[in-house]
Design a binder for this molecule. Sequence first.
Ligand SMILES: [Zn+2]
Ligand SMILES: [Zn+2]
Length: 452
Amino acid sequence: MPHRKIPSSSGVQSPPTPFLHARISYSSSTNVTSSVPNLQLESGWRILPVFTLYGVLTTELRWKTAQFAIFYYFFTGLGITAGYHRLWAHRSYNASPPLEYALAMMGSGAVQGSIKWWTRGHRAHHRYTDTDLDPYGAHRGLFWSHIGWMLMETRKSPGHTDMSDLSKNRVVRWQLRWHLWLIIGMGFVLPTVIPGWGWGDWRGGYVYAAAVRLLFVHHSTFCVNSLAHYLGETPFDDKNTPRDHLITALVTIGEGYHNFHHQFPMDYRNAIKWYQYDPTKWFIWGCQQVGLASHLKTFPDNEVKKGQLTMQLKRLRRAQDDLSWPAENNDLPVVTWESYRKEAEKRPLISIAGFIHDVADFLDEHPGGHAILLRNVGKDATASFFGGVYTHSNAAHNLLAMMRVGVLLGGQPHGSEEYLIPPAQKLRVVRYNEPGYLSVSSAYSSSDETIP
Ligand SMILES: [Zn+2]
Ligand SMILES: [Zn+2]
């Protein structure tokens, strides 16, 4: 990979780089990275999967080591999801010092850079979603958002975000100071030593609980940036790419309800329904139960439901637009009673509730027979249609409205107001800038009122 030129002035953010690089590139005093370790560590990043594959092909997998590797995957993964992500990047709850230190160590074991580096990128991802200031913007494709952003050359820095809260955080500074040793200890030594001392499987521990587990944890996190912006539904907002899907949740320790998360990022939950898979939420809730976490933030349910309703209305609007509707009143000619009677001598016109209907194509279709229709041609049949002769169904009323060809001048019979609008149009989805949308006229009231 070509050498990257990083401006040397302080305050310039480093470009998105592999976690292995990032963990070493931040010093506690500046954000500027050195591009020398960049070259070496990016190479290291690329050979990690090859090395892991070699290890797997040449090392026996023991049952105890496999169980431990899975446990350690969740242990270090929660350091990212409950720690890096929901605690530090989004401040969705308060953690007691023991929990905070534990999460910093667990997250270090996932080898995804320091809390500070990770959070900066993630906050930019939320603030500039799907733009070039989003370090792993999904608008550049699935591969880019998954891993390409770390492997490919880019001169773009993540967009600016406020990091002042973390600069003062004792645990974040502690982790940054000891980061390299924490990575070595939590990422490689501990998962090797436990199977080694525990059941004599040093090599298996290193290959499966350290290297293979690391590969899985990395791709689990990468899937939050890629799969969670690609696969699934948008039940809360469809402005950007984030989506909700169970499969993403399963591979990311519960971060798969990403459409919800981008709408309500400070909510400690990703999944709001009890049956949805979000072990990170359960972990945080469990920590609260034993006094390790507090002030778990949840977005008001009323506002969450508004998001859902908006998306439901959008779907209904699309369905509404796919149907044919009666002609608008303004598009219909307004005729006098006399003109109507005269015209009805030439073709079968019937007046009902102030509208004139041409029933020519319906004469043979009328379930009550065509004779009754012909008897009403040139007359007002409002009472007959709405119960005088037969109480027609909603469907009949909807169909009748499709036959409108004119409006009778002053011809709406008294008491027929409720019949003006066919049942299918009594509830409609109307955009704010369309005729029929009620504006808040009281905003222009001249009287001085008291704010409640
Ligand atoms: Zn996202
Ligand atoms: Zn987030």
